[in-house]
Design a protein around this ligand. Sequence first.
Ligand code: ATP
Ligand code: MG
Length: 287
Amino acid sequence: MNNNTLRIAIQKSGRLSEDSLKLIKECGIRFDNGAGKLKTDATNFPAEILFLRDDDIPGYVEDGVAHLGIVGENVSEESSRNVDTVHKLGFSKCRLSIGVLREHDYTGVQDLEGKSIATTYPRLLGQYLKANNVSAQIHEISGSVEIAPSIGLADAVCDIVSSGSTLLSNGLKEVETIFRSEAVMIASKQLSEVQQNLLDQLLFRIKSVQVAKNNKYILLNCPTEAVENIIKYLPGMRSPTVLPLATEGWCSLHSVINENEFWENIEKIRQAGAEGILVIPIEKMIL
Ligand code: ATP
Ligand code: MG
């Protein structure tokens, strides 16, 4: 281990693991992740990957034992470690919410006054209650939070929610969202110049992968006289490519289109005379 290598900490097994590994691979970084390994070297980039419990990642990054980490923003914020959040990664989106028993006639945050709330996020919950001038008792537990109200341990819970089905199946309803989270890349504040440079390279690759995911390569055939009308909907990166077809009076038009714009404009493009439309995923996109 030296100052010329980046040590990247990711979750060993859990909801972040698969997407974290996928992202690193999509950035073209190759490594052998044999089952049960806790540490592995990248073979084509000066990096080393550490596989850890997600709760430990912010601390390792603060101490500079790892230089980068991929964690939920919820875990990073709760830890209050002194790290830089360098990029949002767009996966593991969830929210930290307060839930109460379904039969509770909840009218607003002031209803929590004097109540007890079970959570694994005492810091984020404490901040929220303080900001809302509510004083409630925070009951910190390390797991199975949702069961607390039904066994009489607490009046309410504050926990991670994505679809809300876990709350529902425990007889709870979601009443307040206190924090929105997604996976983020955090970085140590003690990077060497070489490491900062490697981080910049990595971020460049991550952004290229993210932009590519939101865009598609589109090819279509149309009568030459329709080109002007169709390109209004296909601005492309600079402007679309137009190639003549072997059939007189027809051409092939190639462009890049944002996925949402594609669905919004596809009917107009067809009405303007386009046919044989192909939409192809883009692997990387350098802007
Ligand atoms: P570890 O064993 O590493 O401590 P964990 O049990 O604490 O894992 P996971 O349940 O794997 O953590 O969740 C990791 C992160 O994934 C959470 O901190 C949160 O950011 C996000 N997350 C949790 N639940 C969901 C969900 N239902 N949908 C999407 N993302 C989620
Ligand atoms: Mg954890």
